[in-house]
Design a protein around this ligand. Structure first.
Ligand code: 3BY
Ligand code: FES
Ligand code: FE
Length: 424
């Protein structure tokens, strides 16, 4: 624990913290920020990990990051190392990245390729489906290899998105309906024929909920995101009460072109409190994608896309991802908690797999706007955390027009914690 963590400890036991958390969530003012402990107390953080990150579906990465058999990437969900791997049949599976001998992690690189999974400690060897193949010659004769395969985690993919769930049983909450729509909405992009072109990993000294809250509103955009606002129109939906007529007219004209090409764009949401949503929104007039001047980022468009002005399709997955799918590249964002006041935000940019770096696209141009935006958001999140740690902090009101996305997020969060704590 760091010094801040110690300052915020206020429970003798985890059970006390659970009771305290339920009562804090029950008596919270719906349209107000949470009480400080929910953003900085280490016991509350542990409950977030147990009830949300170790039980709910999480976005981890894209199928095109691991195109061939034996390709893998690893991800840390709190202190749980997870391995996501393509097997010989082309299926993607997830395993706890911990050896069934004495628990060493098996893959310590963030990504790579293997024929089999060999634990570096005593060379126990597993196949790509997690079956234990070899445990040396020193185990006694009663040792049963079939009882020592890698522990699987739930893993599903659709439209190129990979989700894992570390819980014993995976929650439903219309998740399969969401996946079916992801397949439909992502079809034009042909994700299997894309490649990772750039990646950033940012360490932020802010509770994961502050990172999400910041992303769920554009109230701060005018004050902080000059690069993004060259192209982004801040309305997330045609129902947005703030959307002016010229935006609605622009949307109608763009949507007619998308319809002519069979590009899905209608707003859809799934699960409680719009836990998953997707919608395509136009960017500013005469801009194509989120570059500094709105011009193309890559000469090769994705999949079967012909129209460079596809706006951005936003895909939200609570608790840990938002995304922007455009005509010539798409960007995915993933948040993973580290401690009560630390998070890791990973951003990845994808282009057509045949696009050549330096010829069809320049990584610097591709990533510039969101590198700048992420840096600005990191500062905002960290300042938010510092102020919340003050004894002077008091829950404050959200704007119901600008910050409805946060209200939905916290409603989902509060209901999820309650549902899972009560089921315990
Ligand atoms: O564009 C995004 O990803 C979000 C939505 C509004 C604020 N933020 C920049
Ligand atoms: Fe993996 Fe010993 S801990 S082989
Ligand atoms: Fe922002």
């Amino acid at each position: 624990m760091n010094q801040n963590d110690l300052l915020n400890v206020r429970h003798a036991t985890l059970d006390e913290a659970r009771t305290d958390m339920l009562s804090a969530l029950d008596k919270r003012l719906k349209n107000h920020s949470l009480e400080a402990a929910l953003y900085n107390d280490p016991h509350m953080f542990r409950i977030d990990m147990e009830e949300v990150f170790q039980k709910e579906w999480l976005f981890v990465g894209m199928t095109s990051e691991i195109p061939k058999k034996g390709d893998y990437f690893t991800v840390e969900v709190g202190q749980n190392p997870v391995l996501v791997l393509r097997d010989a049949d082309g299926n993607i599976n997830a395993f706890h990245n911990t050896c069934r001998h004495r628990g060493s992690i098996i893959c310590s690189e963030h990504r790579g390729k293997v024929a089999n999974l060999v634990c570096p400690y005593h060379q126990w060897t597993y196949d790509l489906k997690g079956k234990l193949l070899f445990a040396g010659t020193e185990m006694n004769e009663n040792f049963d290899k079939t009882q020592h395969g890698l522990k699987p985690a739930h893993c599903k993919n659709a439209g190129g998105f990979i989700f894992v769930c570390l819980g014993e049983t995976a929650p439903n909450d219309q998740f399969d309906e969401f996946l079916a729509s992801l397949d439909e909405y992502m079809e034009p992009y042909d994700v299997e024929n894309t490649k990772l072109a750039a990646e950033s990993t940012m360490y932020e000294r802010a509770n994961w909920k502050l990172v999400l809250e910041n992303n769920r509103e554009c109230y701060h955009c005018a004050g902080s995101h000059p690069e993004l606002l060259n192209t982004l129109l801040e309305w997330d939906d045609t129902n947005d009460p703030r959307a002016p007529q010229d935006f609605l007219d622009h949307y109608t004209a763009q949507a007619a072109k998308w319809d002519a090409e069979g590009i899905p764009h209608q707003h859809k949401s799934f699960g409680s409190s719009q836990r998953n949503r997707m919608v395509r929104m136009p960017l500013k007039k005469n801009t194509k994608v989120m570059t500094m001047d709105g011009s193309a980022a890559c000469q090769k468009m994705l999949g079967r896309v012909k129209n460079p002005e596809l706006g951005s399709m936003r895909i939200l997955h609570l608790p840990n991802s938002w995304n922007h799918m455009q005509s010539d590249h798409f960007i995915v964002f993933r948040v993973l908690p580290v401690s009560a006041q630390e998070s890791i935000v990973t951003t990845k940019w994808f282009v057509h797999k045949d696009a050549v770096e330096g010829v069809d696209y320049e990584p610097e141009k591709l990533r510039h706007v969101w590198d700048a935006t992420n840096e600005q958001d990191k500062v905002l999140g960290e300042r938010n955390q510092l102020g919340i740690n003050s004894i002077g902090y008091q829950s404050g009101p959200y704007s119901e027009t600008y910050e409805f996305g946060i209200i939905n997020f916290l409603e989902w969060y509060a209901n999820t914690i309650k549902k899972n704590l009560v089921a315990r």
